[in-house]
Write a protein that binds this ligand. Structure first.
Ligand code: TYM
Length: 337
């Protein structure tokens, strides 16, 4: 069997980028024969960026409900909360001890923070925590703990998966005695959808405040968000350049190939942006509208989500425990009594 694993950080409301980059491909992958899947809520990662407990709690609920509404089958998939698996934290330490500091200096999230500080004339490390610095090691532990072969993600996560590979390789080299103690994971990205743009054309991201929420706000919220997609000022009737518009990129994420061609042809023929936006709302709504009642039902019953996550944690720990015991022994620690 092949193992597929992915996680989402519980710091905000799930958006279309999370959906096309991670949720949709991972659910699709989980339905294939011979695939064993592990999907989780990365709430330890959330602490790196967010010190508001209520927000983390709310986000965790929204992300769990989103995943289930989008078709995750908890019978087929091991679906859990990262913080329910103490083995992950323990593995993080074993990996921390074999990870080169220089490699962490190059990690995107940390580098972005220090670069911004330098640009602002401040101390490079101002506001940088060890959590942010070691973020990729925790993520490597998430992946390696379950011997994942394939990790469906958007492009922004590819570097982290490469780092997980490096860490696994180093660990195997030091302690494996020829055996592959840890599996080297591979990112699964859809080249066409790897970075979904947001309202302003930059990557859709919680931190840019340019997202289109998936379910929150209902159909009306979707319409309002789509109305705020930035378009050029060409008037109704004027030909438009579809290839220069991020609205078209978002369209493509939900459209069939004939729908993609038609939309481009209509824009070139002068379709008004207002009408184009209405079509986009209808297209997205056709995909996610049918999932919305399930989302709302789950949001109204957090105790059902909790039950699913508890069961998921039980299944996940049953996989994690024996591997961790093996790793402890490999590095020279005694088994836990
Ligand atoms: P996070 O929470 O930022 O994003 C969750 C997933 O959504 C994808 N994504 C996008 N894909 C395409 N276009 C976009 N605009 C877009 N925005 C977000 C992300 O690439 C990601 O796949 N560190 C991770 C969470 C994590 C994880 C893991 C993932 C923790 N441990 C282990 C995989 C395996 C993160 O913060 O993703």
């Amino acid at each position: 069997t092949e193992r597929v694993l992915t996680g989402i950080t519980t710091t905000g409301t799930p958006h279309l980028g999370n959906y096309v980059g991670a949720i949709r491909p991972s659910i699709e992958a989980s339905r294939a024969e011979g695939v064993e899947s592990f999907f989780f809520l990365a709430d330890f990662h959330a602490l790196i960026k967010c010190d508001d407990p209520a927000r983390i709690e709310r986000s965790r609920l929204e992300i769990a409900a989103t995943w289930l509404a989008a078709g995750l089958d908890p019978e087929r998939v091991t679906f859990y909360r990262q913080s329910d698996i103490p083995e992950i934290t323990e593995l993080t330490w074993l990996l921390t001890c074999v990870t080169a500091k220089g490699q962490m200096n190059r990690a995107h999230a940390y580098k972005a923070a220090t670069d911004a500080n330098v640009a602002a004339g401040e101390d490079p490390d101002a506001g940088v925590t060890m959590g942010l610095y070691c973020y990729p090691i925790l993520m490597a532990a998430d992946i390696l703990m379950f011997k994942a072969h394939r990790v469906p993600v958007g492009r922004d996560q590819v570097q982290h998966i490469e780092m997980a590979r490096d860490v696994a390789q180093r660990f195997n080299h030091l302690y494996g005695q020829g055996r592959e103690l840890l599996v080297l994971p591979q990112a699964q990205i859809d080249e066409e959808l790897a970075t979904l743009p947001g309202l302003d054309g930059r990557k859709m991201s919680k931190s840019y405040d340019n997202t289109i929420p998936l379910f929150e706000g209902g159909a009306r919220g979707l319409k309002e968000a789509v109305a705020r997609i930035v378009t050029d000022s060409r008037l109704p009737g004027e030909p438009k350049d579809p290839d220069a518009s991020h609205l078209v990129t978002i369209w493509d994420a939900f459209a069939t190939p004939p729908q993609r061609q038609q939309f481009r042809a209509d824009l070139r023929a002068g379709l008004a942006w207002g009408e184009a936006k209405q079509r986009l709302v209808d297209l997205i709504e056709a995909h996610i509208g049918p999932m919305r009642p399930r989302y709302e039902e789950l949001m109204a019953h957090p105790e059902r989500i909790e039950e699913i996550l508890q069961e998921g944690a039980r299944k996940a720990r049953a996989v994690a425990r024996p591997l961790l015991a093996e790793l402890r022994e490999a590095v020279g620690l005694r088994p836990l009594k």
